[in-house]
Design a protein around this ligand. Structure first.
Ligand SMILES: [Fe+2]
Length: 305
């Protein structure tokens, strides 16, 4: 059994690593027994049969304590985003009879790249796509990309966005909507934007993070947001505690917190979010300037709830 890599504290200090099973659901904040949610299909229930086979499905594999490996699937082929570990992911792809064709990396942290060597042993022809500027820290790249690059994978266009802040060379992948087939826009944002939060500023400045979040805010409100960690409940508890009651975000944050508490109690993922929802309830996306983002980030870094 491959040992899971040490996860990096992408955002949280309140969420401790508990050594949860690699293929189990993310551990609940309360420490309650996690419900098996390793097959969460968040691709939407409206598509079925032949129509579903033609459309891109996006779903999650929960691994480690609170990581998500995002899976893009179409016609028997799969693309992974940020595989922290290999074995549970191989098991799930094989169970569905999927062939891995590419791995997308958003940044170099071990809980985003740790599974790639093992996955390549199983699928040696799979492409490994990551930032050219992070070639030293993200090995095994077969396609190195930069801001503005466009890729075609599984019948969809992927646009590369440079979004520094969490790390210096963090990138995200945006899939524009395909109106003809009814596929929504998708954002694969790693540890830059979280549901109701953002990544810690390990290598970047508040101004860089604010600019990165601003790029996301310019995307369509319907864009589905696939971040790499299940931090939503803790993020909303923090936001709920620090937002002023007169702030127009206060009620939406309170409503979202209650919805997410219920979701987590049922053992369900709170992901995907949407750009529209984040613009409404994510305090980091509502800052007036870099100094306000810096203050919020410092407050969140030291908040223990
Ligand atoms: Fe990270």
């Amino acid at each position: 059994m491959q040992q899971p890599p040490e996860p990096s504290p992408a955002e949280q200090t309140a969420t401790e690593t508990t050594g949860a099973k690699a293929t189990g659901a993310p551990a609940a904040e309360s420490g309650a027994t996690a419900v098996d949610a390793s097959w969460i299909d968040a691709s939407g229930a409206e598509a079925s049969g032949a129509e579903a086979a033609e459309r891109l499905a996006v779903w999650l594999i929960p691994v480690l304590n609170d990581n998500y490996v995002i899976v893009l699937e179409r016609r028997g082929q799969a693309v992974l985003v940020d595989p922290a570990v290999a074995e549970p992911v191989i098991e799930q792809l094989e169970r569905r009879g999927l062939q891995l064709v590419a791995i997308l990396h958003t940044h170099h942290h071990q809980d985003h790249i740790g599974g790639t060597p093992g996955l390549l042993r199983r699928w040696p022809a799979a492409a490994v796509i990551a930032a050219a500027s992070d070639r030293d820290r993200i090995p095994l790249q077969t396609r190195s990309v930069a801001d503005g690059d466009q890729l075609q994978l599984l019948g969809r266009q992927l646009q590369v966005l440079a979004v520094p802040g969490h790390t210096a060379h963090h990138i995200a992948y945006y899939l524009p909507a395909t109106p003809a087939s009814g596929e929504p826009p998708e954002l694969l944002c790693g540890d830059t934007l979280f549901a109701a939060g953002c990544g810690r500023l390990f290598e970047g400045s508040p101004a860089q993070m604010r600019a990165s979040l601003g790029r996301f805010a310019a995307l369509p409100d319907a864009t589905r947001v696939w971040c790499a960690h299940e931090y939503t409940e803790a993020n909303l508890r923090w936001a709920h505690a620090c937002v002023d009651g007169a702030d127009p975000a206060a009620v939406p944050i309170a409503k979202r917190l209650q919805a997410v508490i219920g979701c987590r109690q049922r053992g369900e993922a709170s992901i995907p979010s949407s750009i529209g929802l984040e613009k409404q309830t994510n305090l980091f996306m509502r800052t007036a300037d870099a100094e306000q983002l810096a203050q919020l980030r410092r407050h969140k870094d030291h908040w223990r709830g």
